[in-house]
Design a protein around this ligand. Structure first.
Ligand code: B12
Ligand code: SF4
Ligand code: SF4
Length: 310
């Protein structure tokens, strides 16, 4: 079973018994506090998101998987004046396309050998993916709210397969954050309002990808030169700084050289057609040209430094 899934291109595979998601109560609180911001899709299907048995009738097992996307020795994009930063996950081909193809192929093979119903999701389905990754022993949910594999860090995508097949569950992952709070202290916008609690409305990832309209004035400067997503709370995590020798980047998700340290001035010249041509089959398109341009202009302003004191 696991071998079939791994051979379809997944780095980690774990099983959990389908039921109410362990952190569904936290999810409710998160919504009630308005931490989802304008992401109205998070308020849709609340009951289903909390229980995969309502997503797939007769679901007995949640198969959680991980696909690592950041290779050993990956040079951090610099903050050199005039350059932009794109989150590592979005520097290559859109992971939805890549991982969806693998899920389709894994489920076809599984169904041949273990006939049952399989339904897969990566990112966009009504499933608390991090919760299930933790329950299935892939990694624990850290204070930055990312799922962290103790051996390989947090730079991986999660995909889940719901199935009617009953499989022996793995042990849930154990939390290793301890007294560390590096992510909380490093977050440029103080979006991690308490350990394990992220207010999206303050998060650079949300502001540069999901938020429509002008950037809130009090946050614009704090966004720095991030033009799509943000990796600060993962970059500072000790579990992402360990010797990652032997880890190689998935060739299908490898960063495109032009997305490592792009020049802000070049990005600012892109019109709508230019934007689409510059980012083919890329997650960056989610921001739309308008949002991306807003981000680039904010970053350009920030690269000029604070206005002189009068
Ligand atoms: C909405 C969303 C966002 C939002 C909100 C993020 C968030 N933390 O919720 C925004 C746009 C900000 C975002 C940003 C990013 N995202 Co996102 N996002 C999602 C999405 C679609 C839903 C997440 C969700 O359910 N949030 C609801 C809240 C309540 O969940 P949570 O914050 O994760 O909290 C969990 C725990 O912390 C716990 N909990 C909550 N409160 C408390 C309180 C206490 C005291 C305790 C103990 C526990 C606890 O319960 C929660 C439920 O599991 C998932 C895909 C999916 N379907 O799951 C991807 C997903 C989580 N994102 C992903 C990625 C890669 C990112 C970014 C790294 C991208 C980037 N570089 O810019 C950043 C990381 C920012 C961060 N620190 O989280 C990956 C995460 C992979 C991983 N290893 O963790 C996912 C799983 C997509 C995927 N399929 O790979 N994302
Ligand atoms: S992604 Fe960036 S802004 Fe969002 S919580 Fe992490 S460090 Fe803060
Ligand atoms: S930086 Fe420290 S507190 Fe934050 S997720 Fe990593 S280990 Fe946990």
């Amino acid at each position: 079973m696991r071998a079939i899934i791994r051979s379809a291109g997944f780095d980690r595979v774990g099983f959990a018994s389908a039921g109410k998601a362990p952190s569904s109560g936290h999810f409710n609180t998160w919504l009630e506090r308005g931490f989802a911001g304008e992401m109205s899709y998070m308020r849709r299907d609340i009951g289903r998101r909390q229980d995969p048995r309502l997503v797939l009738e007769g679901a007995r097992t949640v198969i959680a998987t991980a696909v690592h996307y950041r290779e050993a020795g990956f040079p951090d994009s610099t903050q050199a004046p005039g350059t932009a930063r794109i989150a590592a996950y979005a520097q290559g081909t859109d992971y939805h396309r890549v991982v969806e193809r693998r899920l389709k192929s894994a489920c076809a093979s599984l169904n041949e050998q273990f006939p049952a119903t399989y339904r897969w999701y990566v990112d966009t389905g009504p499933v608390l993916e991090r919760d299930w990754a933790q329950a299935a022993g892939i990694g624990w949910i850290g204070k930055n709210t990312c799922t962290i594999d103790p051996e390989r860090g947090s730079y991986f995508f999660i995909a889940v397969i719901l199935t009617t097949l009953e499989l022996d569950p793995d042990e849930p992952s154990v939390n290793h954050c301890g007294s560390c709070r590096a992510c909380i202290d490093a977050c440029p916008t103080a979006a991690i309002v308490a350990p394990y609690e992220l207010d999206s409305r303050l998060c650079i990832s949300y502001l540069t990808i999901e938020h429509r309209g002008p950037m809130p004035g009090n946050l614009e400067q704090k966004v720095g030169n991030w033009v799509f997503g943000c990796d600060v709370c993962q970059d500072v995590c000790p579990f992402n700084q360990r010797d990652r020798a032997g880890l190689s980047s998935d060739p299908h998700l490898a960063p495109r050289p032009e997305n490592r340290t792009p020049r802000l001035a070049d990005l600012a010249t892109l019109d709508e057609a230019g934007f689409r041509a510059r980012f083919p089959r890329s997650a960056v398109r989610r921001a739309k040209h308008e949002g991306f341009r807003r981000n680039v202009l904010a970053a350009l302003g920030n690269s000029m430094g604070p206005p002189p004191a009068t």
